[in-house]
Design a protein around this ligand. Structure first.
Ligand SMILES: *Cc1c(COP(=O)(O)O)cnc(C)c1O
Length: 501
């Protein structure tokens, strides 16, 4: 097994060893329920109080303003649904909520749920570099505007919104502002100034998965409606036994992140720069996002002329994220990149490389080498290139060619056959397509030579599917290969027929 270079810190980042130790120590100690009045319970409550201070310090607030949740998703739901549920009947009439089309599903889905419940939902468009202009926000705020919910740093592109300017617009209009800071907390200086609700999560900053927090500004506390009710913990805002070990770990992770933040940001910017410089000289490499207003650790790139799934398939030594549809539950290539004006191909053929505390220059160099290698492999097969047949022509062979599919639809195949009389001497394919399509073409290129042109027995699309263990949904792509093969055969058979061969 080759070791995998982890460049997916925006998805989750390794738990710091000190945090692992602290979490384990709490579990090993076997504490009581922090709500209990006996000594074991009081000890747990004291550990939570200390952790709450550490978490609050990260965003420069008072520990009383934090609600622990299971992560940023739950914090977003509490802020958005809880704020909406707390509106009075006057505010509720014609109430408008606003978001940004490119934002995380953990913000967009709770907003869409409000739209289903009768709220007016306005989803704003960013500019081509992903930024929301304060003027666009101001112009979109209607009479009934009640809540603006935005992601601070976009998790796909790293684009960082101008929080002070956007918060000023909301404050001037008296509209509540919720910020999802899952990608910025612990990585960038952060203040809750002018912000009503702020979500963040431990597992993006060196803590464990399953714990996060919502900051609630004191003036919003009374109206905010709990979404999880039960034993009334956390002053009724989020019921459920507090997970002491998770919270202790979150607290320590926040403290370590705060201590390291300036140094880390500088180091990640340098690594990101190294990564970009290692790839930017290649033709057809595009940066998705904003060159300056971006988080230090995220680089999102699109590559012209290559198919996304094949690109990622070849990069098995890297753990990276992709805009390729095969990686999304929706089956659509990244809506974030589509909204920034990238076409389907570019949104598909995209990589998000994200760096973190443990990233090194060596990791970056591994990524550069792997991406350069895969791009040149795929580009060498590209149907954009002239058919590579000069050597065949020099050998005096007749060249037949046929094409199938369309790049716009994700698969395009050109089949090239070298003929010596009625016998196939050699076969080559130029392919834009998924890994299975590439693999079938490669196998056919090996099996066609030596066969008679007119009835080359090479199996059926159904059999090809089985040999490459492709899901049955890919049958259409196999049919495209067959189209190209048949087109090449018939283009060559016609002159033979005319000559009476
Ligand atoms: C990771 C992430 C989330 C989800 O956080 P969880 O703690 O996993 O629920 C929400 N928003 C953004 C911007 C994220 O990056």
């Amino acid at each position: 097994m080759t070791t995998v270079t982890y460049l997916d810190h925006a998805a989750t980042t390794p738990v710091d060893p000190q945090v692992v130790a602290a979490l384990g120590a709490v579990l090993a100690e076997g504490l009581g329920n922090p709500s209990a009045s006996h000594a074991a319970g009081r000890r747990a409550a004291a550990l939570i109080d200390r952790a709450r201070l550490q978490v609050a310090a990260l965003i420069g607030t008072d520990p009383a303003h934090l609600v622990f949740t299971s992560g940023a998703t739950e914090a977003n739901n509490l802020a958005i649904a809880g704020h909406a549920a707390g509106l009075n009947s006057t505010q509720r009439r014609g109430a408008q909520v606003l978001g940004l089309v490119t934002d995380h599903k953990a913000v967009l889905s709770p907003l869409r749920r409000l739209a289903e419940a009768g709220f007016v939902l306005t989803l704003l468009q960013p500019d081509a570099q992903g930024l929301l202009s304060p003027q666009v926000l101001a112009a979109a705020l209607g009479e009934g505007a009640q809540l603006v919910s935005l992601v601070h740093v976009n998790s796909e592109t790293g684009v960082m919104q101008d929080l002070p300017a956007l918060a000023a617009v909301c404050r001037e209009r008296g509209v509540a502002l919720h910020i999802d800071a899952a990608q910025s907390a612990g990585k960038l200086p952060l203040s809750v100034d002018g912000i009503d609700y702020l979500s963040f999560t431990a597992h993006k900053l060196g803590g464990p998965q399953g714990i996060g927090a919502l900051y609630v500004a004191p003036q919003r506390r009374v109206a905010l409606q709990a979404q999880i009710v039960g034993g009334g913990q956390q002053r009724g805002l989020r019921s459920g036994t507090l997970p002491t070990h998770q919270i202790v770990a979150f607290g320590l992770a926040c403290q370590l992140a705060a201590d390291r933040q300036p140094e880390l940001a500088g180091r990640l910017s340098g690594l990101r720069q190294r990564l970009w410089q290692g790839l930017a000289d290649l033709p057809g490499v595009l940066h998705n996002g904003h060159p300056q207003h971006c988080a230090p650790g995220i680089l999102n790139l699109s590559f012209t002329g290559v198919e996304g799934e094949s690109l990622v398939d070849g990069l098995s030594e890297l753990a990276v994220s992709t805009g390729s549809a095969c990686n999304s539950s929706s089956g659509e290539p990244s809506p974030v990149l589509r909204a920034l004006g990238r076409d389907t191909q570019l949104a598909q053929a995209s990589l998000r490389l994200s760096l973190g505390q443990t990233s090194t220059a060596a990791d970056v160099d591994v990524a550069i080498a792997a991406i350069r290698r895969e791009l040149s492999r795929l580009r060498a097969l590209s149907p954009d290139l002239p058919p590579p047949v000069a050597d065949w022509q020099a050998a005096g062979w007749v060249v037949a060619q046929g094409e199938g599919g369309e790049r716009r639809l994700g698969t395009w195949v050109r089949c090239l056959l070298a003929l010596d009389g009625p016998v196939i001497r050699a076969a080559r394919f130029q392919v834009y397509g998924c890994p299975q399509t590439l693999s079938v073409c490669q196998q056919l290129a090996g099996r066609l030579p030596g066969l008679p042109l007119a009835h080359a027995e090479v199996g059926s699309p159904q059999q090809w599917l089985e040999t490459v263990a492709a899901p049955v949904e890919k049958l259409g792509r196999m049919l495209i290969i067959e189209d190209a093969l048949r087109a090449a055969q018939s283009s060559a058979l016609q002159p033979f027929a005319a000559a009476g061969v």
